[in-house]
Design a protein around this ligand. Structure first.
Ligand code: NAD
Length: 409
């Protein structure tokens, strides 16, 4: 057995365990790729759906508070219960999405970045660097009020202030049937989103792009544009400039056209609906959901890393029947490596940062050597070498590379 000196992680990392196949992989990743190489203090919270049920979901709240306290957390995928899950796990009720609860407490924004490997090319050939999406996760279409109009009549928008006279505007004088929709956002939420984007852009040393349709939506979208601009000018411009970085605003249609022609490398801040659509487009264009990482960034500078995918339920049922599955652990590994790099940066521990980088490199190189899980095999060009392995063999191949990297570094 080769001997590699363990790195010491100085401060605690908050660990949020999860459900189903990702819970199984999570334990393997720790056993194979982390514990042999690191001494770390993990502040552990078990977000298994049964434990959330038993604690009345208090464990999720406690975990979020712990991430706030320690600054860095790493989360496994978790079940968001629906009626079928209530039945399956005999739950007391349909508990809320843990991610929603944690996001609410940390007031955070989620950023998603693809993991690039040489033998899986993005559908857009010129994308040589990852494009990160930051999606505003409050309001607009997702908190709307809608009416189906049956026949002729007048639709109005009315705001009744706590003090003062109501303000009214005509939406449409309907001559026949139709539809009406009311949406909103708040200055506080938009500002918090802008701050999270600038925090993350600076942290990752990326230009920040933002786009709306302010030429058409002269009050609503213009307010987004104004808040971003004011925040950038007042609090970020000098810091960005000193690193040679930029904030770039344009119209959403222009942004889409430019992104398609770009080489990537930017953080693309998106309004709620734009982010919903564009993140799925980017995920599929870059390859696979299992190669997409996700981080929740709070404007109070705490970071929670996770995979963008869910619990991979179908594989879990096969696993329970004793089958070996070929589930892809890449995004879970990168959640850990990113959390370790951030912990190392905050603690001033270059060896922990180096370990995080070595783990990412060993994982990428394993895929680039043609050793991969089933979901990736079909993404590799037919003339490239590839060998499908199960999750355990994939992790073992990464471990071998990691060990030799750490021995020689
Ligand atoms: N962040 C989270 O915690 C999160 C996110 C999404 C879904 N979920 C939960 O996950 C459960 C399953 O949801 P779902 O099926 O919609 O999403 P999913 O991401 O688990 O699976 C979607 C599809 O992608 C494939 N896939 C995803 N990750 C993979 C991987 N690592 N390796 C190989 N294939 C992979 C699956 O086989 C499936 O076909 C649900 O209970 C849902 O609530 C959790």
């Amino acid at each position: 057995m080769k001997h590699v000196k363990k790195s010491q992680v100085k401060s605690a990392i908050v660990e949020l365990d999860g459900d189903e196949m990702t819970r199984v992989l999570w334990a393997m990743v720790k056993e194979q790729l982390l514990f042999p190489f690191l001494d770390m203090d993990l502040d552990y919270y078990d977000l298994h759906v049964k434990h959330r049920d038993e604690t009345g979901d208090q464990v999720t709240v406690d975990a979020a508070r712990a991430v706030e306290r320690h600054g860095v957390g790493v989360k496994c995928a978790t079940i968001t219960p629906n009626a079928a899950r209530v039945e399956e796990y005999k739950l007391k009720k349909e508990w809320k999405s843990p991610n929603g609860t944690i996001r609410g407490i940390l007031d955070g924004t989620v950023f998603r970045t693809p993991i690039l490997v040489k033998n899986i090319s993005p559908s857009v050939r010129n994308w040589t660097r990852p494009i990160t999406i930051g999606r505003h996760a409050y309001g607009d279409l997702y908190k709307n009020s809608e009416i189906r109009v049956d026949g002729p009549g007048r639709a109005e928008i009315v705001f009744t202030p706590d003090r003062g006279a109501p303000v009214r505007k005509l939406i449409e004088n309907f001559q026949g049937p139709g539809i009406v929709q009311g949406i909103h956002n708040t200055d506080a939420s938009i500002l918090s989103f802008a701050r999270a984007c600038f925090t993350y852009g600076l942290d990752q040393k990326m230009d920040v792009w933002f786009a709306t349709k302010d030429t058409v939506s002269k009050t609503y979208d213009t307010r987004f544009k104004e808040i971003f601009e004011q925040e950038y000018e007042q609090n970020w411009k000098e810091k960005f400039r000193s690193l040679g970085l930029n904030y770039f605003y344009t119209l959403i249609d222009d942004a889409v056209a430019r992104i398609m022609r770009s080489e990537g490398g930017m953080l693309w801040a998106c309004k709620n609906y734009d982010g919903d659509v564009m993140s799925d487009m980017l995920a599929s264009a870059f390859g696979s959901l299992a190669l997409m990482t996700s981080v929740l960034v709070s404007p109070r500078r705490c970071f929670m890393y996770e995979a963008a995918h869910g619990t991979v339920q179908r594989h879990y049922y096969k696993y329970l029947e004793g089958e070996k599955t070929s589930t892809n652990p890449m995004a879970l590994i990168f959640a850990w490596s990113s959390a370790l790099k951030k912990r190392g940066e905050l603690d001033g521990s270059p060896d922990v940062i180096r370990f995080g980088e070595a783990l990412e490199d060993a994982s990428r190189k394993t895929i680039e050597a043609g050793i991969m899980t089933g979901d990736l095999v079909k993404l590799v060009a037919p003339d490239e070498h590839r060998r499908q392995v199960d999750s355990e063999a994939f992790l073992a191949a990464i471990k071998t590379r990691l060990e030799s990297k750490l021995m020689t570094s």
